[in-house]
Ligand binder design. Structure first.
Ligand code: PLP
Length: 390
């Protein structure tokens, strides 16, 4: 039987980067002594009050079909937070509740990109971006954020990448895998180019609440963004809710209408009890959430300190997120070869940085959001492995 063209576009090499993670997860299930540093899902469970809010909503009967764009209570609190951060007076009408930031990205791409369009994307980029943005038939135009520039965008390359076919500029801020939090100067250039060329701006802000040094700068706050910025967010990382699939997009109302039609044909809305729990999570200052954030910051610092002594390895200190990049080029191994050999020698799984783009070739990405003892042991094994190569 034949499959559609979109099926081919959804298949890309990015998924191969996960092979090592899949192997490590299988080895762990089989009882082997492995340490998984290849995925951004911490050991923290969702805070109990959020779970209670979900159960309460289910018991109260919120188990029926819901508004496809999202329940008003949740849309309102998302809009309030967005407005507070950006000073742009958005309302619930500017919000669509989506099955995670990933689904919000997919929906956005589907409604703004067509075959023949180009979408400029800062690389390194999260591994799903390529397939997601190419799915509507658009061409991906990567713009480097090179190591020599502190993994910030090469702004000349960005200017040069824009053509009459460009429809959008897409990026994550903060960035997975580098942990860069984009500074106002870079955002301002991106915003100006978008206005000058009448482009959409897609900002994936899934790590916005995990900025440890300085603060998060949302591009949606800049002039001219109100009618063209689409801000994506979720509770996955900030509230340890990866499995709930509770995310959203905030954008112009015409975009919201278009995404509503798409959601009507795909998810048909998110479960009401998930939305009630998500609304409660965003309405409430939960000490558990602050404690998790503090723990991530502490673990980042622990990992940086522990890996300092690894011969031939350089760390790029991340300002945000759950990951850090190790430059392993001086070991003589590629990121892919290093991660394979590391896993085989000492059961630690990390991802090849090249999977995120050419700017992080020669690196590996590790997640530091692990329980402290596992993190210390994982870093110890990496240092030992690097010493064995030296
Ligand atoms: C940059 C980035 N965007 C989106 C996602 C997916 O997030 P969600 O769970 O909200 O779909 C991830 C997950 O790791 C990510 O790192």
């Amino acid at each position: 039987m034949r499959f559609s063209d979109i099926t081919k576009r959804l298949h890309n090499d990015g998924s191969r980067a996960w092979d090592i993670h899949v192997r490590a997860a299988a080895a762990l299930d089989a009882g082997e002594d492995v340490i998984i540093m290849s995925v951004g899902d911490s050991e923290f469970d969702t805070p109990a009050p959020i779970i209670d809010a979900c159960i309460k909503a289910m018991r109260a009967g919120d188990t029926h079909y819901v508004e496809v764009v999202g329940q008003d209570r949740l849309r309102r609190v998302i809009a309030r937070r967005h407005a507070a951060r950006t000073r742009v007076p958005v309302t619930a009408q500017n919000v669509v509740v989506c099955a995670g930031a990933q689904n919000a990205l997919f929906n956005t791409a589907q409604v703004i990109l067509s075959p023949g369009d180009e979408v400029v994307v800062l690389e390194p980029m999260y591994v799903t971006y390529e397939a997601t943005l190419r799915a509507p038939g658009a061409t991906l135009v990567p713009v480097p954020c090179p190591a020599h520039n502190g993994y910030r965008p090469d702004l000349d390359a960005l200017r040069a990448a824009i053509t009459p076919r460009t429809r959008a500029i897409a990026f994550a801020n903060p960035v997975n895998p580098t942990g860069v939090s984009l500074p106002p100067d870079d955002l301002s250039v991106i915003a100006t180019l978008a206005v000058e060329n009448d482009l959409w701006v897609i900002a994936d802000e899934v790590y916005a609440d995990l900025v440890f040094d300085g603060e998060h700068h949302p591009i949606a706050a800049l002039p001219g963004m109100e009618e063209r910025a689409v801000s994506l967010g979720s509770l996955s990382k900030s509230h340890a809710m990866t499995g709930w699939r509770a995310g959203w997009l905030v954008g112009p109302r015409a975009l919201v209408d278009a995404v509503e039609n798409l959601a009507l044909c795909s998810t048909y809305g998110l479960p009401g009890f998930v939305q009630q729990a998500a609304a409660f999570a965003l309405e409430t200052d939960l000490p558990e959430v602050t404690a998790m954030r503090d723990a991530f910051q502490e673990r980042r610092d622990m990992a940086l300190a522990a890996l300092q002594s690894a011969p031939g390895i350089r760390c790029a200190p991340p300002r945000a997120g759950m990951f850090l990049i190790l430059d392993v080029s001086q070991t003589g191994l590629s990121g892919g070869a290093f991660s394979q050999a590391l896993f085989e020698a000492c059961g630690v799984s990390v991802l090849d940085g090249a999977a995120f783009g050419p700017s992080t070739a020669g690196t590996v990405r590790l997640c530091f959001a692990l329980p402290r003892d596992r993190l210390v042991e994982g870093c110890r094994r990496i240092v030992e492995f690097a010493a064995s190569l030296a």
